[in-house]
Design a protein around this ligand. Sequence first.
Ligand code: PEP
Length: 281
Amino acid sequence: LGRHRDDRRQSGFTYNGVEFSQSNLNIFAGLCAVDVPEHVDMMMQALEEHGEVCTRMGAYKPRTNPYSFQGHGKGCLPWVFEKAGKHGIKVIAMEITHESHIEEIDNCLEKLGRPTGVMLQVGTRNTQNFELLKAIGRQSTYPVLLKRGFGITLNESLNAAEYLASEGNANVIFCLRGMKTEAGQPHRNMVDFAHVPAVKRLTRMPVCVDPSHSVGSREQSPDGILDVMHATAQGVVAGANMVLVDFHPKPERALVDGPQALLMNELPAYLEDIRLCHDTW
Ligand code: PEP
């Protein structure tokens, strides 16, 4: 991924017609956790109306508490993928927590005639799950979104990315999602988006920011701007190539992380804000 090589020219890749590189920007707004078909449909329809072709949809959820909702798993894949096809979604970022999920996703997409594409997401809790990384690295069908580990050094997280590449899959996007420390209060995590240019300098991976999981709430500044929006702007101005962000039609009914979700009627302003920040490049 560039760390151990001099050749920095080969940056980025194209997947399912969408380009990912260190010099463009893709927005993945969507549901942290898939819940009911109606909400998935509302989300994807809103994206389609705004010309967006990527989204995030969590089917397999890694939860801190074993009694919390763990995601619908493979049961929701057929209707999520069908709806994605219906609304012109080309890439869904979807976290997997076990290598068997790759086959579940692959079988389902194959059966449906591949109406959409999937980017396999490795969450912060699995950044150093080396056997999972190796298994994901051995397949080259799906690109990978690797989250930074929340309690390890940047260098250790970049080495985790190298596990994917060393097994054969170099189509990796590196995601900053904040660091776990009490010093990050009142946010859930310490926002680390100043590392965007550092990761771009150190590697040839496109860099994603996840303002939702960094900030963790819908708190707003005295001028009425949500902290998630401020954090997004910081990431985009710093040169982020992808934004992974939680939206929900009814956050109070979301099964995971509702308090940090943006509302559907905030989508137009959010996209416009990103466009303005991106224009500063
Ligand atoms: C997520 O993106 O749904 C998620 C759980 O993020 P993280 O792994 O960064 O906590």
